[in-house]
Design a binder for this molecule. Structure first.
Ligand SMILES: *Cc1c(COP(=O)(O)O)cnc(C)c1O
Length: 386
């Protein structure tokens, strides 16, 4: 494997050369998965230039997922500034995860795979996967750490109502990292008839590329909407980063505009890009929270969706290139932003994007777009005093 091959183009929606973003990305997987990854790559390359695929994806985005989502000016949250929220919380199932799940369900169907395995942390990707499996008549198995099952009970109930099997993972920290490992293990065993529907821009090539392109609709819409509303581009664009899919999707609309400042916000207790090091996790090379021997460190965040010790490889590349700044926000800061948005705008956000809102409120820029990646119904348990 040639680790040092670069990307063909830095701007816009370039295709990663052999799955590498500078020294990051690639495929670090057992031999048995290589044919499945090749098949998925070929299917995606065909689908992305097929007008029939684009038309079906567009139809489902509009009529099933509720796109386009609005761009909302939060006048009371940030008086005197122009702070806009890209409202992915208004997507069907309550987060941006459905954008990716719809696209991957179409790909699985094209490949003739009728069984889906997925992992979930906060439960939002599990719910999105269970939802599209119901819609497409696919079998669905979702791996979830028992700690996350406890923290995100309503989403476990939703998945089961949608007909998915939720398999509890008791290993390690009992959160997203172990759930991904178990989903990959299942996929290795059942690769003939099973598609692994990964929930973020992580994992081996072609997943980071596919997930980015399926989420790029967020940034494409936001760019057109801000130009319509303000007649100019924003000075800054801010999004939270767990695996990095909502952020890369929003940034995709502005990455070719060097005058637009791009800010990714990590949970302080799971800041892979802030305090991690280059290493391999879940089939890809990226920044990872690990010690000097490569042992993965435990993470902590009040938001289950950001509680992951890795991050997508394209973010590692964008960090090194300096095109995107990555900064942390603490649990306390996220909770304060959560409360402020609820009380001043009548919007209860998920705890994940509350991290982005917290940092965005401190920026000096006047015209800012913030990715509001999901709604907060799932987080009431974590937020309410008891
Ligand atoms: C899953 C999730 C995230 C984190 O995942 P990314 O891939 O980093 O986007 C952020 N916000 C919400 C609402 C989520 O459900």
């Amino acid at each position: 494997m040639n680790e040092m091959s670069g990307m063909n183009e830095m701007s816009g929606m370039s295709e990663p050369l052999a799955g590498f973003y500078g020294p990051y990305g690639g495929r670090y997987v057992p031999e048995t998965l290589v044919p499945a990854l090749d098949e998925l790559t070929a299917c995606w390359e065909q689908a992305r230039t097929d007008p029939g695929f684009a038309a079906e994806l567009d139809r489902l985005r509009r009529t099933f997922a509720g796109r386009p989502t609005p761009l909302y000016l939060a006048e009371r949250l940030a008086p005197g500034r122009r702070l806009y929220l890209k409202r992915e919380d208004l997507c069907h199932t309550g987060a941006h995860k459905i954008n990716n799940a719809i696209g991957q369900a179409l790909l699985a169907t094209r490949m003739g795979k009728r069984r889906i395995v997925a992992e979930t942390g906060a439960g939002q990707h599990g719910v999105a996967a269970a939802t599209v499996c119901a819609r497409f008549g696919l079998e669905c198995v979702v791996y979830m750490g028992v700690e996350d099952m406890r923290r995100q009970r309503p989403n476990v109930d939703r998945m089961r109502l949608l007909g998915a099997e939720v398999r509890p993972v008791e290993l390690g920290t009992r959160t997203l990292k172990e759930a991904i490992s178990e989903a990959i293990r299942d996929w290795i065993t059942n690769v003939e008839d099973t598609h692994y529907m990964i929930g973020s821009c992580v994992g081996p090539h072609p997943y980071p590329w596919i997930v980015r392109e399926l989420q790029a609709v967020i940034g494409e819409e936001a760019r057109a909407q801000i130009l319509q509303a303000e007649g100019r581009l924003p000075e800054a664009v801010v999004a939270c980063v767990g695996g990095g899919s909502n952020a890369i999707g929003l940034f995709a609309g502005f990455i070719g505009d060097p005058e637009v400042r791009l800010v990714g916000v990590e949970a302080a207790g799971a800041a892979s890009l802030g305090t991690g090091r280059p290493s391999i996790l879940h089939g890809t090379r990226s920044f990872v929270l690990a010690d000097e021997d490569g042992q993965i460190l435990d993470t902590h965040s009040v938001s289950a969706g950001l509680d992951y010790p890795g991050v997508g490889p394209e973010h590692a590349f964008l960090r090194d290139s300096g095109r995107v700044e990555y900064v942390p926000a603490t649990d306390r800061e996220a909770l304060a932003a959560f409360q402020a948005l609820a009380e001043r705008e009548g919007i209860i956000p998920a705890l994940e994007p509350a991290h982005a809102v917290a940092r965005a409120l401190e920026l000096m820029e006047e015209l800012v777009v913030v990715g509001l990646s999901g709604r907060g119904d799932k987080d009431l348990e974590a937020v309410l005093p008891r």
